[in-house]
Every structure is written in structure tokens, then in C-alpha cells.
Ligand binder design. Structure first.
Ligand code: SF4
Length: 93
């Protein structure tokens, strides 16, 4: 129980970053120049235990650059569009 509480507190706002698989990784992998490969960054993200938290953070904040939660800005934009559509559908139904 104590361990669960400690984990819950640690995973509060921004706490998830302490568990990031990319800690210490080369930032250029996650913020590549236009047209450069994102393959390695996405592989690191795929093995990350806080991938969902990271992705949600980037999507809700509208992060414009970089790989977050294993997705590029373009891929995150699709999620934001989908969520906006779903919210609109809920509003009119
Ligand atoms: S999902 Fe990727 S970018 Fe996000 S914390 Fe994990 S390794 Fe880093």
C-alpha cells in the first residue's frame, strides 16, 4: 500500500518524467531536423513505461515539435482533431 501511495504521488503532475525511458538520451533523436528519421526515438518510446502519460501531456498542451509518447506532431495533430470531432458530436447530440 505504501509503495502504491509513493508511486501515485510520484506520478502526479510532471512526476511521470522521472520514469522516462529517454532520460539521458540524445535530444536530437526526439527533436530531429525536418525529414530526419524518428525511428530510434520511437523505439525508445515503445519501451517506455510512461508513454501514455507523455503522449497525453503533449496532446493536451498542443506540443508542436518533437516525438512525444512515440508520436510525431503530425500524428498527435490527428488525435487532437479526432478528439475535437468527438467533442463536437457530443455537444450536438
Ligand atoms: S514516451 Fe518517449 S518521449 Fe515520452 S517519456 Fe517516454 S521515451 Fe520519453
Amino acid at each position: 500500500m505504501r509503495r502504491e501511495l509513493i508511486d501515485a504521488l510520484a506520478l502526479g503532475p510532471l512526476g511521470w518524467k522521472d520514469y522516462a525511458n529517454c532520460l539521458g538520451a540524445n535530444e536530437d533523436l526526439f527533436f530531429p531536423d525536418r525529414g530526419a528519421s524518428t525511428r530510434v526515438a520511437k523505439q525508445i518510446c515503445a519501451a517506455c513505461q510512461v508513454r501514455v502519460d507523455c503522449l497525453e501531456y503533449a496532446v493536451t498542451r498542443g506540443e508542436k515539435f518533437g516525438i512525444w509518447g512515440g508520436l510525431s506532431e503530425r500524428e498527435r495533430r490527428k488525435i487532437r482533431k479526432q478528439r475535437a470531432l468527438e467533442a463536437l458530436e457530443r455537444a450536438v447530440s
